[in-house]
Design a protein around this ligand. Structure first.
Ligand code: ADP
Length: 611
């Protein structure tokens, strides 16, 4: 019947309104009846009492008028009597027309009879006085008229008494009826109040129950219970909302079931992939506790996943170097794009792993999981060490014979051991040049083997960039002057210190300057600059030499690459710049070249500065 909340509210409102109207009507009716009773009390009995009082006064004045008449004041006595006679009749008529009480009418009739007699007696008295004189008249007054006067007075008193009694009776009745109506209205008010309260509570519960039921269901769904459904208690707006909500929850449930299924399938797929990776892999939670280990990891570390799960990384792996690296990446002290080469000892053997740490973050960018992949590079590392050992041994073994070869040819060319003809001198010269090139190659190979073998041989410390540049500058100043090339350096005074290996950095600048002097001629310039850019120290060596063609710019840092176009006398080993690159990168820096053919080249590299 009442389908909408609005109609329900109107119904309750009308109920309360009708009850209030009933209460109001009852109160008004009661007040009206009280008012009527008061009015009748005032008008009826009070009117009679007043009339009696007036008649009493008039009868007294009659008596005075008679005495005045008897006393000789004849005319005034008669006049006063007549005047009051009219007044008496007026008040008598009022009383005669206002008979309200039982027995009152008989007394009124008696009053009329006695008063008629009394006024008739006054006429008789006048005749007696005229005929028989004053004393007989006086006697007549005393004997005949005085008793009638008293009788009239007693009748009036009786009428007064009847009305007074009635008045008191009415007053008592009024009090009782007013009390009754008070209790009546009070009782009705309580009934209306209780009824109103009960109706309000009943309907409030009826309206609010579906809402609280809906709220409970919403809370359950919010907490993940997608099977919770709101009861459809009413067909009103709340019932409609509940129906819509239930349908929505059903759809979410279906969606989640399908998504969950897909997610589970994806998870299983990922799990199989992870488990079958041949490199050791482990997943840690945000408290660095083990959440997953693959088979390779179990095999290498000789642990079982079941016993390692939920245990802290250090409790299971016991390698603080790896843990420090993981925490550094997790705390963003190191980039997760990098790898770290870490040596792990097992069974008295050294294993080398390139460790990659990947952070898996959740919705609020908080760490959910940390994936640690151990890429086994032990064989590569061993091969590299072998190669470096070989190069270093070979270059070392080559050095001494080469030196004696170069010195021998020098001695021969200086003709200390006898004169040489022109052809012999040319052969000696070629032998010396090739010997020197070979010596350069050996030196570079030795250098490269040292850099590649291990970063540990770097002595990283805070160094003054001015001292590094000045060391290089001094080495080449004389050679530059001899060639007619202007060599200079520029830098600000308060440059911060750099973090690097002094010797190696001097070697890098030396190598770049050697090239610059090699590819410049008389009148050219070679300038060295140092400046800070993006919180790194930049060192650049600029020359106004022949420049490098664009096609070679990217290649000149590759091992053994040298540009052929300059003629044989400038061809070197092709190792200098590649060693420079290795050294700069070992310092976490970068090196690059900008060049234009004919205009010159600029080699720039960066090195970290101290904080
Ligand atoms: P190399 O021992 O051959 O000089 P580098 O690695 O030092 O080997 O240099 C590689 C090549 O880069 C050189 O062969 C040369 O062609 C080119 N190169 C290097 N520096 C300069 C320069 N300042 N001007 C022109 N070419 C240069």
């Amino acid at each position: 019947m009442y389908k909408t909340i609005k109609s329900k509210l109107i119904f309750v409102f009308l109920c309360l309104l009708s009850m209030t109207a009933i209460l109001g009507t009852v109160a008004v009716v009661n007040l009206f009846s009280l008012n009527h009773s008061v009015n009748s009390l005032m008008t009826n009995n009070y009117k009679s009492i007043k009339a009696v009082q007036k008649m009493n006064e008039i009868i007294e004045r009659h008596d005075s008028a008679i005495l005045m008449y008897l006393d000789g004041d004849r005319q005034n006595g008669i006049n006063l009597f007549i005047e009051n006679n009219q007044l008496f009749n007026k008040w008598y008529n009022i009383e005669a027309n206002n008979i309200t009480e039982n027995g009152e009418s008989s007394y009124v009739a008696k009053l009329e009879k006695e008063y008629t007699k009394y006024s008739g007696d006054f006429h008789k008295l006048q005749d007696i006085k005229n005929i028989k004189g004053k004393y007989v008249a006086f006697k007549y007054y005393n004997i005949t008229m005085q008793p009638i006067f008293n009788k009239i007075k007693s009748i009036l008193k009786k009428i007064n008494e009847i009305n007074e009694t009635a008045m008191f009776r009415s007053k008592n009745k009024l009090t009782v009826s007013s009390q009754k109506s008070m209790y009546y209205v009070f009782g009705l008010s309580i009934i209306v109040l209780v009824l109103g309260f009960v109706i309000s509570i009943f309907f409030m519960n009826k309206f609010l129950n579906p809402i609280s039921n809906l709220i409970d269901t919403i809370k359950k769904v919010k907490n993940g219970d997608l099977n919770a459904r709101a009861n459809i208690i009413s067909k009103d707006e709340i019932g409609m909302v509940s129906t819509e909500f239930n349908e929505m929850t059903e759809k979410i449930k279906l969606f989640e079931e399908s998504t969950l299924g897909k997610l589970m399938a994806e998870k299983n797929k990922s799990l199989v992939i992870v488990k079958s990776i041949s490199e050791p892999l482990m997943v840690l939670d945000n408290n660095y506790k083990i959440a997953l280990l693959n088979r390779a990891c179990e095999d290498f570390f000789r642990i079982k996943e079941e016993s390692a799960l939920n245990k802290h990384f250090l409790e299971v792996i016991r390698n603080s170097e790896v843990f420090d690296y993981i925490t550094n990446v997790a705390n963003q002290k190191e980039s997760q794009d990098n790898q770290k080469l870490i040596c792990i000892k097992s069974d008295n053997r050294r294993y080398y792993f390139n460790i990659t740490v990947t952070i898996v973050t959740g919705k609020n960018k908080e760490i959910d999981y940390i994936v640690v992949l151990y890429q086994n590079v032990t064989e590569l590392k061993e091969l590299e060490n072998l190669k470096s050992d070989f190069i270093s041994t070979v270059s070392h073994e080559f050095k001494t014979p080469l030196m004696s070869l170069i010195m021998g040819t020098s001695l021969m060319m200086e003709e200390n051991l006898g004169t040489l003809n022109k052809e012999q001198l040319e052969v000696m010269c070629a032998i010396k040049e090739d010997g020197e090139k070979l010596s350069d190659l050996v030196n570079n190979l030795f250098q490269i083997s040292k850099v590649e073998y291990s970063n540990d041989i770097f002595k990283i410390e805070a160094c003054s960039i001015r001292e590094i540049i000045e060391a290089s500058y001094r080495t080449f100043l004389k050679a530059a002057e001899e060639k007619g090339v202007k060599l200079y350096y520029e830098m600000e005074d308060n440059l911060p210190k750099v973090l690097g290996d002094f010797e190696k950095l001097v070697w890098v600048i030396n190598n770049i300057i050697v090239n610059a002097l090699k590819f410049t001629s008389e009148g050219d310039e070679v300038s060295i600059k140092a400046f800070v850019s993006q919180e790194k120290m930049c060192i650049s060596v600029h020359d106004t030499g022949i420049g490098i063609s664009e096609e070679y710019i990217d290649k000149i840092f590759i091992k053994f690459f040298s540009v052929d176009a300059y003629g044989n006398n400038k061809k070197g080993t092709g190792l200098g710049l590649s060693i420079c690159k290795e050294i700069v990168e070992a310092h976490a820096g970068e090196i690059w070249c900008e060049s234009q053919v004919g205009a010159g080249s600029t080699f720039t590299f960066t090195i970290p500065i101290t904080k």
